[in-house]
Structures are given as C-alpha cells and as structure tokens.
Design a protein around this ligand. Structure first.
Ligand code: MN
Ligand code: MN
Length: 373
C-alpha cells in the first residue's frame, strides 16, 4: 500500500487527487443516454451526457439529437468546446462561419461526420421530409449543449437601438423578435438550393465535413472492423478522433489503453460488455445496450466485447486529433518470454504460443485467424 501524502503517491496526477478517481472503488462509467428525457420540442429532442449525468466524463460530453423535418438547431456557438458529430439517420444541412471570414454550407447523410472548432458559429437543419438523428461529441465534459451562445438569445437582449445601428435598419425591424433563446427553430423543409445572403461563400482552407463510412475501414479483422479518422485525414479535427467499431458476436476489442486521450462510447446497435481497469486492484464491468454511453479516463485499461447474438456497432470519440493506443497482445509480444515467466510464475513455454503481433480484435474462442487486413 502507498502511504497517503508520501512522495510515492502515484494515483495523483500532478499531485492533485481527483476525488472521483482516487477512491477505493471505481465509479460507474455508464449512462443510459437514450433513456433520459433531455430537451424536447414535439418530435425533436436533445439529450446530453455531461459531468452532471455521468460524473466520470470530465474530458468529453455527448449529445443525442433528433430533428423533425423543417426544424433547425439554431445559429449558435460554443465558448468552451469543439463539436464533432456522426449522422445516424436522415439528412442534415450545416452552416458554419470561421474567424477568418471563411464559411461553408454542407449536407450530410448517415455515416458522415462534421467538426466545428471551438467558437465557430454554426446551425444544423433537418433536410427533406424525414427526421434526422445524430450524435454530437464535445471535447469538454463540463460543456452543456444547453449552455451555448445562441443568436436569438443575444438579439433578444440587445436594445433595438443598438441593433438598428449595427445592421443599418430602422429600430422597428426588430419588433416582435424572440425575447429568449429559440434553440429549436420551426420552419419549412429547407429549399434544395441554399443561397446565402452574401452570394458565393469564401470557403475555409479546411472543410468541416468528412464522409467516414464512405471510406474503406482502416482495419478489417475476422470478427470485426474499424473506421477511424483524426486530424491526419480530416485536418480540421485537431481535438477529436472518431471511430466506428463493428464487432461480430463474441468478438473482442482487446485489452488496451490510450496514453493521450479519454474515450467516449455510444452504442449504435448491439450489446457490449466493457471492462475498466483503474490500478490499485480497481476493476469494473458495465453492460451496455443500444443508446447507452460509457467513458474511459485517459490511460485507464479497457476492453469491449460483443456479448449479444447479432452484429454490434459502437461509436467512439477520443479527445485527441492524434490516435494513440497500446494493446496488451502487442505489449506481451514485445518482451522476452523469460520476463513473462518470472512475472506470472509459469514456464516460458506457456508464453510462446501468445500472439506474435497485435490482435486488436480477437475471435470468440480466442483462436484462429484474427487479422484480415
Ligand atoms: Mn453546436
Ligand atoms: Mn479504447
């Protein structure tokens, strides 16, 4: 046991103990996001997981948002977080303006992602006659989607005189403007052509859109596959790496950790067992179903296993633009068998049949072919 207050007090990052993570037991790291109520307007909703709903999730917050046809998540910005999104259903049109005068209007389909750096102004409109549903990830667990800076809120609190001067209009122009934040704006289904007031836009140097599932998976295994994108292929996404992980029944994303990032998980489909290792004998298991989220603190060991009877799909966000991971099979493979024999009190020969390379996704019985590509 380490003595509290001694110089060997390892659990304390920067010598400041995080009360939530320095106890004898690990706290829950799961939240049933889709079972929460959130903010509702008719058939549109926003449900969030911040440190309030999931106290462990200090580095990342997430939102599930559904918009009915004709509804727009109003023009706004976030003072304390960048926004990353994955479209699950329907079509979305975004507008975004950056601080350098660049602006973009993009359309998204299922499998596409967007990234808005912190402070970039944006709006999200449902396109067409079907609702849309997307998952938002923010690189700050203290960030609340319901605490954003919205255009109706601002204009509703500035004087008409000030607005008249600002926009070169008579003050009466602003009669009847909303006095409070609209948040969800109801309107007509947006026209096919999106023509901004200024005419042609000056495009930003880096696009805010990436078609993640339109790409080939970056790795394919016998019992699963993974799409992954960070700043390498989606340069604007400096603070988020996004992953879609498919696991077939029994497939296991092996024991690993991320040296440089926290991890946020959302179950798109299927049933998973997620294990968390927190050092000092602390170990916790959560079972996740469709619509649940989970959070893995930076550096904590974890694994993800499909325990259902059908294919499972998980959305994963890491709060870094540069993916890093150490997988246990690769760690074991990189040290001499004699070292392992001494650690575990077993003959060397036991370790000679361990994988010679990273497993990444292991098959149900742990045997046989693992990697296809
Ligand atoms: Mn936003
Ligand atoms: Mn991971």
């Amino acid at each position: 046991m380490w003595q509290t207050g001694s110089v060997t007090d390892f659990p304390f990052k920067n010598n400041v103990p995080d009360p939530l993570l320095s106890g004898k037991e690990l706290p829950t790291f799961k939240f049933a996001l889709e079972q929460s109520r959130g903010k509702v307007m008719g058939g549109s909703f926003g449900k969030e997981a911040t440190v309030e709903q999931l106290p462990i999730s200090k580095g990342i917050a997430g939102v599930s948002m559904r918009l009915e046809p004709g509804v727009t998540r109003e023009l706004h910005w976030h003072a304390t977080a960048a926004e990353w999104a994955f479209v699950l259903e329907g079509r979305v049109r975004t507008t975004v303006v950056d601080p350098f005068g660049g602006s973009e209007i993009n359309e998204f389909e299922p499998g596409d992602i967007w990234y808005f750096p912190r402070g970039h102004a944006h709006s999200l409109a449902c396109l067409g006659d079907k609702p849309c549903h997307f998952i938002l990830i923010f690189d700050n667990g203290y960030f609340s989607e319901f605490g954003t800076f919205s255009i109706t809120d601002w204009l509703g609190h500035a004087s008409k005189k000030l607005l008249a001067k600002n926009f070169g209009q008579p003050a009466s122009t602003f009669d009847g403007f909303p006095a409070e934040e609209a948040y969800f704006v109801r309107g007509q289904v947006p026209p096919q052509d999106a023509n901004p007031i200024q005419g042609a836009l000056s495009l930003p140097p880096e696009t805010h859109k990436f078609r993640l599932l339109a790409q080939e998976p970056h790795s394919i295994h016998k019992f699963g596959r993974e799409w992954r994108v960070g700043a390498n292929r989606f340069p604007i996404s400096q603070t988020i790496t996004g992953v879609i992980l498919d696991l077939d029944p029994g497939g296991l994303r092996e024991l690993h950790w991320h040296p440089n990032a926290d991890e946020w998980q959302y179950v798109i489909d299927g049933e998973f067992s997620v294990t968390l290792f927190g050092s000092h004998g602390r170990y916790r298991i959560e079972t996740l179903a469709k619509g649940d989220v989970a959070y893995i603190p930076q550096g904590y060991g974890h694994s993800i296993e499909n325990i259902g009877s059908k294919a499972g799909r998980m959305l994963i966000g890491l709060n870094t633009g540069t993916y890093q991971a150490i997988d246990l099979s690769q760690w074991i493979a990189s040290v001499p068998a004699s070292v392992l024999a001494d650690h575990f009190g077993k003959p060397q020969v036991v370790f000679e049949t361990f994988p010679k390379e990273r497993a990444f996704i292991s098959p149900p019985d742990g045997q046989g072919q693992r990697n296809i590509k």
